[in-house]
Design a protein. Structure first.
Lengths: 394, 407
């Protein structure tokens, strides 16, 4: 396929449309701050046109996405041109980008974890619990071991341990995977809360716990805007971003990934060609728990600066699940959804400048979007075929 | 693994669908009866006790403290012993108050389970019922009590039905998995509640704009108390509503066409469809009925003893999720749900406000409840495992008896 052909595929145009929709909004906020309503209208209409073109050529999901992006970008952009420029600078300071990454990172880890598990055919609604385990045992390890590296290792072990319980229940005992996942969530809430009280009493984690360092990008960290946005992000944020292409490569470009996906689509067929379905599923669930635990560790010893509170994850595991579904069980899709949800959370924290009640309502956005996505209004989210079905060897 | 199958091996037969959890639950019930739930609970409490002992506390005193805190002592009191009877009676009334909620959120999980649906959205449906009950309870001041309370309860039940019905509707029309949609609806309700009661929200109180809490339910909308002091959160008549709900649940499932059809869909949706049952309608109806139960729980809590709810309460509320453990432990039957709700009601109250802090730290005990809850759900999920242990024991006994007969 020629480069020009590739660029004019409906899919590419639809992606371009989505980006344009974002740009329509972007043009009206800092650092550009276009004050004329014409600018976002023009760019937004272009985005909608690109989306319509793609839809008429059969790329429905991405096309509708571009149209939605254009409409929303146009609307928000128009609102922004009418808002006072001072307020805009409060809400859309450069560190909003940094905050989006902060909020998106636990979701990214969780969503990638959920994806690995579900691609192998094991539904994992226990992400929340595994994340919580990572958060508490991560900070415990960093506190007692004296180093954040120990903390990360302990978090991985704790998340992995609960993942193995879920795996044993789902794979060997052939229990209902949703029941087992919910049990993991309750159990993690109890275990982390109990040991937090037992080990730290009513005191907080002592200050000065070793935490995951930030990465100062030389050359960028002092550039205006860009520096504040990405110049000084936590190491785990970069690791999370790195895991996106990595998991794409492993899942879709290597024999290992092919095996994992085969177990999730048709385990009987995978078994007949010599794949050990049980082993693959165990490994996938283990990796899933470890990834979720990394997301939890980010909360406690990454961005959290060495702290813990009971039920620290506060449903982030469920948003991660939503991001995975919204991203259609694909790495970049899940990451995109995590960024979108992270953006909506980061924005909700700043919107009280305008209205505090509207800011709260804004927090429901990820869940409403996911509900729309599973209902299949804009292209259906389709899980792996054997997702959630126990497999019995013969 | 031995799947390096030689080409001459038989073509593997078409994959048999592994028996669904609901089907297996039915089978386990016939096989194990009471054994599985009792064994499950015992195992969970045992494991919890081991954790307590391993962390340097005395599990016996801890469990005794929880027992006392739940007010179960009252049941064994000699009537003329007035030493501690007041505290015990109060604790028991609080346990029954918690049980009221748990029965209803348990039924909200149990009913759709019998239709083959897993309702994780009990918390959201409960909250929606609570919000609506608060709205009705705060407005319409000056109405007589009976119509006011009935309006509040009815509206909350309807709201719960609509909230759960969304998931049922999506399942029926688009095939969206009810687990995912009910999880999403939970979080929409949780954030929605923070919006409603938060600063500038439509249901925020009118007397203190700085406090993110609801208004207080007026006197005429409060359900009267029949045991204990109404000012000190006595037990209200809502308790009997929950008991009636248990009977209604049983009647619907076992004595109506709807119940028959719901159970038929639960056993095998394809066979039910073949037999002329409209499976999609059953999905919507089962979810809506489940929502009625959960919404009712919210209404009874709000009009029975809460009267007010704040943003922080919305964030902290977890009781709807306990419905999952209650229903699973109660094997999705009316009697089982009632007993499990009593057990969990005692556990929940006995580990929190009822617990004497000098006996066992309530902040530890509260988490012990979550742990036991998790273990119970985990063990119920492994019904096969539990039955396997039980049957192995029985087989051993039979073999021994056979050997003895032989000698």
């Amino acid at each position: 396929m020629h480069a020009t052909q590739w660029a004019f595929r409906p899919k590419s145009i639809a992606v371009l449309g989505s980006v344009l929709g974002l740009a329509a909004f972007w043009s009206a906020i800092p650092p550009f701050t276009a004050r004329s309503p014409l600018v976002p209208i023009l760019i937004g209409v272009l985005a909608i046109a690109a989306g319509l073109w793609a839809v008429t050529r059969g790329t429905r999901r991405l096309g509708w996405g571009a149209i939605a992006s254009g409409v929303i970008g146009l609307g928000l952009g128009l609102l922004a041109t009418r808002s006072s420029s001072a307020n805009l600078h409060v809400v859309f300071a450069a560190d909003l980008i940094a905050q989006v990454f902060v909020f998106a990172t636990p979701l990214t880890f969780g969503a990638l974890g959920g994806m690995v598990s579900e691609r192998s055919g094991v539904v994992n609604v226990g992400l929340e619990g595994m994340m919580l385990m990572g958060a508490f045992w991560g900070v415990y390890g960093a506190d007692k071991g004296g180093s954040w590296v120990v903390g990360i290792l302990v978090a991985l072990a704790a998340g992995g341990l609960f993942a193995l319980v879920h795996a044993y229940w789902s794979i060997h005992l052939r229990a209902n995977q949703i029941v087992s996942g919910m049990a993991i969530n309750f159990l993690a809430l109890g275990v982390t809360g109990y040991f937090f009280e037992q080990l730290y009493g009513n005191k907080n984690i002592p200050s000065g716990v070793s935490t995951v360092p930030n990465v100062a990008l030389p050359g960028i960290d002092h550039v205006k805007y860009l520096g504040a946005a990405i110049g000084n992000l936590n190491l785990l944020i970069w690791v999370g971003i790195l895991f996106v292409p990595l998991s794409y490569f492993v899942l879709f470009k290597t024999p290992i990934g092919l095996r994992v996906r085969a177990c999730g689509e048709h385990p009987r067929a995978a078994d007949t060609v010599g794949i050990n379905v049980y082993a693959v599923r165990y490994a996938a669930v283990l990796v899933s728990g470890m990834l979720a635990a990394l997301g939890g560790a980010f909360l406690s010893i990454g961005f959290g600066g060495g702290s813990f509170t009971e039920n620290m994850t506060e449903g982030r595991g469920f948003i991660a699940l939503a991001a995975m579904i919204f991203g259609n069980w694909r790495p970049f899709g899940a990451w995109g959804a995590a960024l979108l949800f992270g953006f909506s959370t980061a924005l909700a924290f700043r919107l009280p400048v305008y209205s505090s009640s509207a800011a709260t309502l804004f927090q429901t956005l990820p869940y409403v979007l996911t509900l729309i996505a599973v209902a299949g209004v804009i292209g259906r989210s389709v899980p792996p075929k054997a997702d959630g079905q126990p497999y019995a060897k013969q | 693994m031995s799947s390096q199958a030689e080409p001459t091996a038989n073509v593997p037969p078409e994959q048999e669908p592994t028996p669904d959890f609901v089907v297996r639950l039915g089978a386990a019930q016939r096989a194990g009866g009471l054994v599985v739930p009792v064994l499950t609970a015992v195992l969970a409490f045992l494991a919890g006790g081991i954790v307590v002992a391993a962390t340097g506390h005395n599990p016996w005193t801890a469990y005794k403290g929880i027992w006392d805190g739940a007010g179960f002592n009252w049941l064994f009191h000699i009537p003329w012993d007035t030493n501690t009877v007041h505290l015990d009676a109060f604790n028991l009334s609080q346990t029954l108050l918690t049980m009221t909620t748990l029965i209803l959120v348990g039924l909200a999980v149990a009913f759709p389970f019998r239709c083959g649906l897993f309702n994780i959205g009990g918390q959201g449906q409960y909250l929606v019922g609570l919000f609506v009950a608060n709205w009705i309870g705060v407005s319409f001041a000056g109405w007589p009590t009976l119509p006011h309370v009935l309006l509040g309860i009815g509206a909350a039940a309807l709201a719960g039905a609509v909230w759960a019905g969304i998931a049922g509707f999506l399942k029926a029309t688009t095939g969206a998995h009810e687990v995912i949609s009910t999880i999403m609806l939970n979080w929409i309700a949780i954030w929605g509640g923070q919006y409603l009661f938060g600063q500038g929200g439509p249901l925020q109180n009118t007397y203190n704009p700085a406090a993110p809490e609801s208004g207080t339910v007026v006197q005429s909308a409060r359900i009267p108390v029949f045991w204990g002091n109404p000012v000190l959160q006595g037990l209200d008549y809502g308790f009997f509503v929950a008991l009636v709900a248990l009977v209604v649940f049983w009647l619907i499932l076992n004595r109506t066409t709807l119940g028959y059809e719901v159970r038929a869909v639960g056993f095998n949706p394809e066979a039910a469809a073949y037999g002329g049952i409209n499976v999609k309608t059953k999905y919507i109806q089962a979810m809506a009925i489940s929502g009625v139960f959960a919404g009712l729980a919210g209404a009874l809590d709000m009009l029975g003893y809460l009267f007010q709810f704040g943003v922080l309460d919305v964030q902290a509320s977890q009781i709807g999720f306990l419905g999952i453990a209650v229903a699973l432990l109660g094997r999705n039957t009316a009697i089982g749900t009632g007993i499990a709700a009593f057990l969990f009601g005692g556990l929940l109250y006995g580990t929190t406000r009822g617990l004497n802090p000098n006996v066992f730290d309530p902040s530890l005990a509260g988490n012990l409840t979550s742990m036991i809850q998790g273990l119970i759900v985990l063990f119920v999920g492994a019904d096969i495992f539990i039955l396997y242990i039980w049957n192995a024991r029985r087989k051993l006994k039979l073999r021994r008896r056979a050997e003895m007969a032989a000698t």
